[in-house]
Design a protein around this ligand. Structure first.
Ligand SMILES: [Cu+2]
Length: 286
């Protein structure tokens, strides 16, 4: 995902021009913190500061030019590095440790740096709790098609969590009304507001939505578990200071197949319930 963001950014700012004689690679000095060391291949996820004249600070993955540069790399390391940009490719050609610092708290970007689910991946497991205060394992949903999303009940943005709720209401109704789909899809909404969204709050929320809890389950859990799980789905969660009620987050809704593998992720808010229903029908027909 990060590299796609990067590509879009490069195109948007027009750093490359087609047909020109190739320019020599450009070198930029950057500072940041290593959040994750990818065990497969030579890649580091770095939360970096602004790179003057090039890009604002963000968290993204960088390929490393030589395996020798990977020696001794640790999450938490503060570094300076040289970023070499050659057309659309980029890599780190020098890395120097300047210190160590605790990994960021209050966000789950470390979990996200660990790798995001892709189509075909098995549904991750997690120990959670449902709206009736019962302990549940996400793996319980591995034997049926399931649509999973992440929300919090106090979300103030109408086109964020409340929209996901409305979409799930629409899908719940469509599935119930269609003989071919009835009983063929479970819905799971997981709250990352682990402080406020207790089972009782989730039960009240489910009642407000007229959720049929036989097919639509609301889950939450301890913050570390939920944040790690959200990260696996590519949902970034940034909490304010103590007492803040708003949580900064993105939206990712995932459809899993009857064998528990990921069929498709619907990012953001501009997907339509009918798309999910069509994908479900196609999956069931296979
Ligand atoms: Cu929200």
């Amino acid at each position: 995902m990060a590299s796609r963001v990067w590509l879009v950014l490069l195109l948007a700012v027009g750093l490359t021009t087609a047909c020109d004689r190739p320019d020599p690679p450009k070198l930029y000095e950057m500072t940041g913190q290593i959040l994750a060391v990818k065990d497969n291949g030579q890649e580091l996820t770095i939360k970096h500061d602004d790179i003057p004249g090039y890009m604002p600070g963000m968290t993204m993955s960088f390929p490393v030019a030589a395996s020798s540069l990977m020696a001794g790399r640790d999450p938490g390391e503060l570094i300076t590095a040289t970023l070499e940009v050659d057309g659309l490719t980029y890599r780190l050609t020098a890395i120097t440790r300047t210190g160590m610092a605790p990994l960021p708290q209050g966000t789950n970007e470390v979990a996200m740096a660990g790798g995001i689910l892709e189509a075909g991946d098995p549904m991750p497991d997690a120990a959670l709790i449902d709206q009736t205060d019962r302990r549940r394992s996400l793996s319980e949903w591995r034997s049926t098609p399931v649509l999973v999303t992440f929300i919090y009940t106090r979300c103030p943005l109408p086109n964020y969590c409340p929209l996901m709720d409305r979409h799930f209401v629409t899908i719940q109704r469509a599935v119930a009304d269609d003989a071919a789909l009835r009983g063929q899809l479970q819905l799971v909404s997981i709250s990352f507001d682990t402080e406020y969204d207790t089972p009782a709050v989730l039960a009240a929320h489910a009642a407000t939505l007229k959720a049929d809890t036989a097919t639509w389950t609301f889950l939450t859990g301890d913050r570390v578990t939920v944040d790690r799980l959200a990260g696996r789905f590519g949902v970034g969660v940034i909490r304010g200071a103590d007492g803040a009620t708003e949580i900064t987050h993105n939206l990712r809704t995932a459809l899993f197949a009857a064998d528990g593998t990921l069929l498709k992720i619907y990012p953001g808010s501009d997907w339509a319930p009918r798309t999910v229903l069509a994908d479900l029908r196609a999956h069931l027909a296979r």
